[in-house]
Design a protein around this ligand. Sequence first.
Ligand code: ZN
Length: 439
Amino acid sequence: MDRRQFNKTLASALAVAAVPEAPFLAFGRYRTRKLTLNGARLNRHLKELSAFGANPQGGVSRVAYSDADRAGRSYVMDCMRAAGLDVRVDFAGNIVGSRAGTDTVLKPIVVGSHIDSVPDGGNYDGTVGSLSAVEVAQTLQETGVRTRHPLEVVVWANEEGGLYGSRAVSGQLATSQLANRAWSGKTIEEGVAFLGGQPARLSEVRRQRGDIATYLELHIEQGGNLEREGLTIGVVEGIVGIRRWDVTVTGVQNHAGTTPMDQRHDALLATARFVDMVNRVVRGMPGRQVGTVGKIEAFPGAPNVIPGRALATLELRDLDSAKIQRVFDAIEVEAKRIGEATGTTFELQGRHQDIPALSDPAIREIIGDVAKGLGYSTRAMPSGAGHDAQAMAQLGPMGMIFIPSIGGISHSPKEFSTPEDIERGARVLMGAVLQADKR
Ligand SMILES: [Zn+2]
């Protein structure tokens, strides 16, 4: 969608004013109060934020630690202050907007997402959740509702570069990673300082398990399941674990003209069979696991030389670590067979691992109940993409809400979710905050 379409869609959303509202607060201590979340304002905030780092394709290039990132953050901090939040930037560069609760001994309910984008990104990834969290706070302020728990609205720093802000808080960020370079060209250390953080005091933002009462994040699905099935709300079961391996295939480099076909040890041919086999093995097991060979290199890489060596990658994702291991074991056995058949050897070396982060069953139930109470259709689903919520799951009960991504497209200027779905998602988020507050 280009910017003109974005504006047009927004205008039509404002014209219809709002999604018909269900009396979602028909339970518990807020029984008598009907909160109206301002969907038009939320969508206006989204449009205004999209100006920061706007790219010609209609999306944004608001990579972490860029001028556009800092300017966009400043805009969001203004929104937070208008929502009555007490705003600060923590040592890791995260924006934290706080609102006191009525019970001083309770840990906070944390609600947030991110506003940094990938290069040539879209207008919805992260921003929907961030500004919806602000809208929830503003609604509570305008209606004079005090939660028992303190409420924290957080905009995490540099999510797209690798969850840097949230991992600093969950204690999963090694000091050595501060030297990594971000898309903006700055190192993490330079970037954190650029946003107003203090890299030298990064360890002080760390929280321990039990330090948060609940973490909630609303996000676009970034896949096409909800739209394809005509559903409104995804109740996220968890964020999949990811394991990656480097695959080295060794054969014999030889002359492509003089070596008969039955006497070759072609490393690239073996790798081609490996790619096909991975697909077959992953699809051959029941479940929702995914597996990808995303990269191949052949050496020496000349038309008249049989490749003596090839490098490839293997990536597996699933909600269940044991399942990932089972799939890998099967792939390893098959790779050995391919090696024997092609006169090559396979070496698979583990390179990277993100453990799965499961959402809390009780929070999942709350999200499902609130959505159903609003009359929205739901389905449980894993998140195949990473989110700050996976870092927060280390600290306390976590829950995530998905809304449809039209066409399943994201990390692209074509990323789009309807203003109506955004408003519905924000309502579920608000209802979930109020229900989690009763726990
Ligand atoms: Zn995101």
